[in-house]
Write a protein that binds this ligand. Structure first.
Ligand SMILES: N[C@@H](CCC(=O)N[C@@H](CS)C(=O)NCC(=O)O)C(=O)O
Length: 185
């Protein structure tokens, strides 16, 4: 960790955006700034009050509940073994995502992929790479992830992660489920 980075974010966390003398931290603020200041903004962060309300509703859930609860079951299978309540809570959150935040919609804010889906996908890909949890009991989430991964931009982003994590030991039972889920879990 360089001194320069510590000065940009005393919490020493990623991401941090720096444009000249403009330094910005907090992922949600960063992605909204990028959308507001670039041409792609209208596509992924449409200027429509109801669409933005659905996006922001997910961000509220993501930061306060879904992501903190995922953190409690990350990385070490021993931690998972010691934290069955954490796993149960996370699974309840997945049900909430399926029923409330996604519902019958294609994406979180409707028929189009938005910045809220980037955050949700980060969540589910983290489950794949950094936990031993399997999401097959959440078919709506599995379909949603497959739909998002069909986008070429996601394949591009996901490829280095696949390569990075391919050396890691995949639990046998997860390996067996690969076929059922087209390999994304
Ligand atoms: N609220 C912050 C959270 C940032 C965060 O937790 N970043 C993680 C990586 S995803 C990190 O840098 N962790 C290292 C640490 O906390 O020491 C945001 O949304 O940007």
């Amino acid at each position: 960790m360089t001194l320069e980075f510590k000065e940009m974010n005393s919490l020493q966390q990623l991401p941090v955006l720096k444009e000249g003398s403009f330094v910005l931290r907090e992922s949600e603020a960063i992605i909204k700034y990028i959308m507001d200041s670039r041409k792609i903004g209208e596509q992924y962060y449409p200027n429509n009050a109801k669409v933005r309300a659905l996006i922001n509703r997910y961000f509220g859930f993501h930061h306060s509940t879904f992501h903190p609860n995922l953190k409690t079951i990350m990385v070490d299978p021993c931690i998972l073994a010691m934290n069955p309540e954490g796993l149960e809570t996370f699974q309840t959150n997945c049900t909430e995502f399926e029923n409330h935040f996604l519902g019958k919609k294609k994406y979180i804010a409707g028929d189009s992929f938005t910045i809220a889906d980037i955050f949700a996908m980060n969540q589910f890909l983290t489950v794949k790479y950094v936990t031993v949890v399997c999401l097959t009991e959440f078919p709506v989430i599995c379909e949603y992830v497959k739909r998002c991964l069909e986008m070429s931009v996601f394949q591009e982003v996901n490829q280095p992660l696949e390569e990075y994590y391919s050396w890691k030991r995949v639990p046998k039972w997860k390996e067996n489920l690969k076929e059922q889920t087209d390999g994304w879990v």
